[in-house]
Ligand binder design. Structure first.
Ligand SMILES: NC(=O)c1ccc[n+]([C@@H]2O[C@H](COP(=O)([O-])OP(=O)(O)OC[C@H]3O[C@@H](n4cnc5c(N)ncnc54)[C@H](OP(=O)(O)O)[C@@H]3O)[C@@H](O)[C@H]2O)c1
Length: 300
């Protein structure tokens, strides 16, 4: 159930993604109970970003729970991200989305995240997107400062190409411990562009976001999505599984990089199902490739 990202940091193989937390309509007490329920099941890692819910809102919802029950902090790992600047009330002058990895901006965002999360440090900070205007030397200084101040324990990247990842890694002796990016049967670009293989080269476990294509898999709103749904349904029957999401999770888990999956649901029944997908029958190579090919991968 655990993935060791380095000698000191391990995360759970299933991570609770908090991007949609503001839609879950939980009271503070219910959020505390939800976090406890996850911990009891070995799900100890929670994925945030400064922009989730808009201007740190979801971090604040989580932070209220930590304030009500401070002992939760020692049993969980908190991941957060920064570098996407979006228009919001705090920055009325920002009219357009852009990426920002300037030192002052990153430090301010991390301070705000810690403030809203009600904790002194995060376990893992990810640079959310590759900033084309990045100064990699300045980023190194920023990360070193956050580490030496004890505000961030470890660092990773999100949504970078292998070249972008390697370039930033070259400028710092802080080893990026993970790479978070999208992968699902309706979106396999990170197989096609070598990002999954790059994880093997770097010896890192990726964190996979939108494993169910944001729920699009269940809607099958166009003929291509419908065809994929049918392929998944056939494999579900062959494996004698109850639900489609179990097939998808098994498909993602099969890669040798030992991926973690960042779940997008707060629905306990669906989370339980994700847990059962860690056990039971394994997908064959043929079934696995059938999904990849249906997703548009050309073998030769
Ligand atoms: N690094 C990045 O750039 C990045 C980008 C996007 C997301 N993320 C992270 O990844 C996490 C997961 O992303 P995601 O939310 O897009 O994940 P997802 O699992 O692909 O999608 C979740 C959505 O699917 C729905 N769903 C789940 N199971 C379903 C089922 N059996 N039938 C119908 N609908 C179902 C959920 O609805 P219910 O809530 O009703 O279950 C929810 O609306 C986020 O919370 C965030 O932490 C990171």
């Amino acid at each position: 159930m655990k993935i060791q990202l380095n000698e000191k940091l391990s995360i759970s193989k299933l991570v609770i993604g908090c991007m949609r937390m503001n839609d879950w309509n939980l009271s503070v007490k219910q959020t505390v109970e939800f976090i406890e329920w996850c911990i009891e099941r070995g799900i100890t890692t929670f994925d945030h970003a400064d922009i989730y819910g808009g201007d740190h809102r979801n971090e604040a919802l989580f932070g209220e729970a930590l304030q009500m029950q401070p002992s939760l902090r020692e049993n969980i790992q908190i991941v957060t991200k920064c570098a996407i600047a979006v228009p919001n009330a705090k920055n009325p002058n920002i009219k357009t989305r852009f990426f920002n990895t300037d030192k002052q901006y990153v430090l301010e965002q991390v301070n705000d995240s810690l403030d809203k999360l009600n904790c002194g440090y995060v376990d893992l900070l990810l640079i959310h997107m590759f900033d084309l205007l990045i100064d990699p030397g300045e980023l190194n200084e920023t990360l070193q400062q956050l580490k030496s101040e004890g505000k961030v324990n470890y660092f990773g990247l999100s949504n970078h190409s292998p070249l972008e990842f390697d370039t930033l890694q070259k400028y710092t002796d802080i080893k990026f411990v993970t790479h978070q990016f999208m992968l699902n049967p309706l979106g396999i670009q990170n197989y096609q562009n070598g990002t999954m293989t790059h994880c093997l080269k770097e010896g890192i476990s990726p964190m996979i976001w939108s494993p169910l294509a944001g729920g699009r898999l269940f809607k099958a709103a166009n003929p291509a999505d419908e065809k994929m749904k049918n392929v998944l349904q056939n494999i579900r029957q062959e494996l004698n599984l109850e639900h489609l999401d179990e097939v998808v999770y098994k498909w993602i888990f099969k890669h040798a990089s030992n991926p973690a999956i960042v779940l997008g649901t707060g629905n306990k029944e669906r989370i339980e199902r994700a847990l059962t997908s860690l056990e039971g029958p394994q997908m064959t190579r043929e079934q696995w490739y059938k999904i990849l090919i249906e997703a548009g991968y050309t073998l030769w």
